[in-house]
Design a protein around this ligand. Structure first.
Ligand code: ARG
Length: 250
């Protein structure tokens, strides 16, 4: 808890620092630098050198619409918003929930999907927030899942740098439950054929791309490109490919 508060405070301080690349500068260069984690299937996944996933394809479609080439930067989830403050890339797409705390440090685009944090456990294991009391729950560091379970009395979070490692901890019996994304949970339950169950949704969230605080020119272009993709079928096509449904916010 203390650590989360500290790092957000540091971010807010950094937000007043150096200048981000303006939309004009990005456009002139012809290439946009986009950061993601690459370890959060099915949203952003790195396989060898190839990046795939719903957010990767969506971001590439948006860049194409804006007439730009893409340069991807892949780095751990925990440092993504900080890297934005340090002007290491132009925007981040890594399934960040739009929270008031994060919105103090960065600016969010309109949401590109709506989802929630859900509980997954072995069959017969905890299914509700109340069931989690006294239990070890595996979660990824720096996420809304961690802050979500920290709000539940008596829950013991077991924190991992990567969400996939938190899932492994559940499978290995080191945690009684995993709390993570609703759609990731669906895939996990399916992949483990009959071993797991998906329990309650602890909270819902809207997910958005982030730009450096104050970079309103770029934000406007991203929102316009997203609106176009939502309207012209581009979004629906990519969403259906990964989820068999349209996961836009309704
Ligand atoms: N939606 C959650 C959050 O806002 C998890 C995001 C995790 N993203 C990732 N690329 N690992 O914190």
């Amino acid at each position: 808890m203390k650590k989360t508060l500290l790092s957000i405070a540091a971010l807010t301080l950094l937000a007043s620092g150096a200048q981000a690349r303006t939309w004009e500068a990005i456009k002139q260069s012809g290439t946009i630098k986009i950061a993601t984690e690459g370890a959060f299937p099915p949203f952003n996944v790195q396989k060898g050198k190839a990046l795939t996933g719903f957010e990767v394809e969506l971001a590439e479609a948006l860049a194409k619409q804006l007439g730009l080439k893409v340069q991807w930067v892949v780095q751990p989830f925990d440092g993504l918003l900080i890297g934005l403050q340090q002007d290491r890339f132009d925007f981040v797409i890594a399934s960040h929930g739009i929270t008031p705390e994060r919105a103090k440090a960065v600016d969010f685009a309109n949401p590109h999907y709506c989802t929630g944090g859900t509980i997954v456990s072995m069959k017969g294991g905890p299914r509700t927030a109340a069931d989690l009391k006294g239990k070890v729950v595996a979660v990824q560091v720096g996420t809304t899942y961690l802050s979500g379970v920290q709000k539940l009395p008596g829950v013991k979070p077991l924190v991992f740098p990567k969400d996939t490692d938190a899932q492994t901890a559940l499978m290995a019996g080191r945690a009684a439950a995993w709390v993570g994304d609703k759609f990731t949970g669906l895939d996990l339950v399916k992949a483990q054929k009959g071993k797991l169950q998906q329990g309650d949704m602890l909270f819902s969230e809207r997910i958005g791309m982030a730009v450096k605080k104050g970079n309103s020119g770029l934000l406007k272009e991203l929102n316009a490109a997203l609106a176009k993709a939502l309207a012209n079928g581009t979004y629906a096509k990519i969403s259906n490919k990964y989820f068999g449904q349209d996961i836009r916010c309704k």
